[in-house]
Design a protein around this ligand. Structure first.
Ligand code: NAD
Length: 478
């Protein structure tokens, strides 16, 4: 078995084409070489997922429980090692990486429990002597297509429910983070799941991803990634009648009202905007600040951002790791220029910085004097770049917060029960936070957005069953 192989029909399958996995903190560090699935490999994975579905879907839920529980246990036991691997390939700090690994382990444990908790309903029919049963059944072979920014947690929160509810899986991770995908697959391969039920096909979005989207054996596609790719997924799935769910971008607002605790507000803003190098779909990229607290907030966050330590994720004390790759760094730097050209003031940061090793390091950047019509406030940048928008009052803050195509997460810092309550009701986002960063969510409750951020059923928690099962209604006469 080679470290670079795909996992298809219970076998590690090598391939002729391989890619290097490069550490963004040190481009001289090649983490490993990973297979690129050929058309034949993807075909074999699709055939295996189809052939194994019948037995798996009506097999023992105890077997599913035991497998998912074992996967969760191994992930949690190896949190340090897997966290280091994740930090090396994605670039978030070691603490954040270990936290992500723990979350992945907890997700598998949670869905182990879900296998034995799935319920149906029994109702009386309106016709005497007839009983109605409502049951949930697995959907079929599902394709799981994931982005690079949470290399183990996002695969976990799709793969675990897919398997828990009896689906077979073809998993295509992002080519920027194959090591975490491979490590997770290695753990799954030893968990007792029958051959063919879980398959890993690494490769490019267009070739491997496109192949999965256009194969009628796939009955559902769970996708997380950019708005652009989400539209491709939607089009293909609509054409083929495939069920799909999309989790995409964000331009998440954090409102700071005059009555906020300044320390809480600065902590929420710095964490939400810059931790994980700003590369979270739930990152706070627009800080909407009421006029009365604006100057104090700007002065305090300026100091806090200057203090952030950018460096190698594996180094003690690093808070902000590198950007994931050169093209993402160039995109961030391009938006810094766009912001300046639009008339915004760059308060702090924004430049590329050098460290001991060649990597994609960038100072966290904060713009002030911005308005919500600027491109830096309308387009997802997906890096450590945030803006401050000054507003007159709560009404304007809510209007600005909602004036976006996105609706993933939104937050408010306030000590007013009235404004907190109104914010929760009036803010058009799938997740709303009070006195907490917009990023950072629990594993046992639903996750997802509104508007262009999401499409389809919610992910995570028990709500995941909406996507990974179909409802059947049975009528039983005497
Ligand atoms: P991306 O859209 O470029 O890629 C996501 C996945 O889709 C990758 O596996 C990629 O190979 C695959 N892909 C690309 N083109 C494809 C095609 N034509 N057919 C099928 N598959 C294809 O996104 P990314 O750059 O990896 O991730 C960053 C994006 O993900 C950001 O927009 C971010 O907001 C979003 N994201 C959203 C959430 C959420 O839950 N809402 C979470 C994390 C990331």
């Amino acid at each position: 078995m080679s470290h670079c192989a795909n996992f298809i029909d219970g076998q590690w399958i090598d391939s002729r084409e391989i890619i290097d996995n490069i550490n963004p903190a040190d481009t001289d560090d090649v983490i490993g070489q990973y297979a690129q699935a050929s058309v034949a490999d993807v075909e074999q994975a699709l055939a295996a997922a189809s052939a194994s579905f019948a037995d798996w879907s009506c097999g023992s839920i105890q077997q599913r429980f035991d497998a998912l529980d074992a996967i969760g246990t191994e992930i949690l036991d190896r949190r340090e090692e897997l966290g280091r691997l994740l930090a090396r390939e994605e670039g978030k700090s070691l603490g954040e990486s270990i936290g992500e690994v723990i979350r992945a382990g907890q997700i598998f444990k949670f869905f182990a429990g879900e296998t034995v908790r799935l319920q149906g309903e029994i109702l009386d029919s309106v016709r005497p002597g007839v009983q109605v049963e409502i049951m949930r059944e697995p959907v079929g072979p599902v394709a799981i297509i994931t982005p690079w920014n949470f290399p183990i947690a996002i695969p976990a929160w799709k793969i675990a429910p897919a398997l828990a509810y009896g689906n077979s899986v073809v998993f295509k991770p992002s080519n920027l983070v194959p090591a975490s995908a491979w490590a997770l697959t290695d753990i799954i391969s030893r968990s007792g799941i029958p051959k063919g039920v879980f398959n890993l096909v690494m490769g490019s979005g267009n070739s491997v991803g496109g192949h999965l989207l256009n194969d009628r054996r796939i009955k559902a596609v769970s996708f997380t990634g950019s708005l652009h790719t989400g539209a491709v997924v939607a089009e293909a799935c609509s054409k083929h009648g495939t069920k799909y769910q999309l989790e995409m971008g964000g331009k998440n607002p954090l409102i700071i009202l005059d009555d906020a605790d300044l320390d809480v507000a600065v902590n929420c803003a710095v964490n939400g905007a810059f931790f994980a190098t700003g590369q979270r779909c739930t990152a706070s990229s627009r800080l909407i600040v009421e006029a009365g607290i604006h100057d104090d907030f700007v002065a305090a966050i300026n100091v806090a951002v200057k203090d952030l330590r950018v460096g190698d994720p594996l180094k003690e004390g690093t808070q902000i790791g590198p950007v994931v790759d050169e093209s993402q760094l160039n995109q961030n730097l391009k938006y810094i220029e766009i912001g300046k050209d639009e008339g915004a003031t760059l308060l702090v940061g924004g430049g590329r910085v050098e460290r001991d090793t060649p990597g994609f390091y960038q100072e966290p950047a904060l713009f002030i004097d911005t308005n919500n019509n600027m491109r830096i406030n309308r387009e997802e940048i997906f890096g450590p770049v945030a803006t401050v928008i000054k507003v007159a009052d709560f009404e304007e803050a809510i209007a600005v917060a909602n004036d976006t195509i996105f609706g993933l997460s939104a937050g408010i810092c306030t000590r007013s029960l009235e404004f907190a309550t109104r914010f929760k009701r009036e803010c058009k986002a799938g997740m709303v936070m009070v006195n907490l960063p917009t990023a950072g969510v629990d594993y046992h409750v639903p996750f997802g957005g509104t508007k262009d951020s999401s499409f389809g059923a919610r992910e995570q928690g028990s709500y995941a069953r909406e996507f990974f099962t179909v409802v059947k209604t049975a009528y039983v006469g005497r």
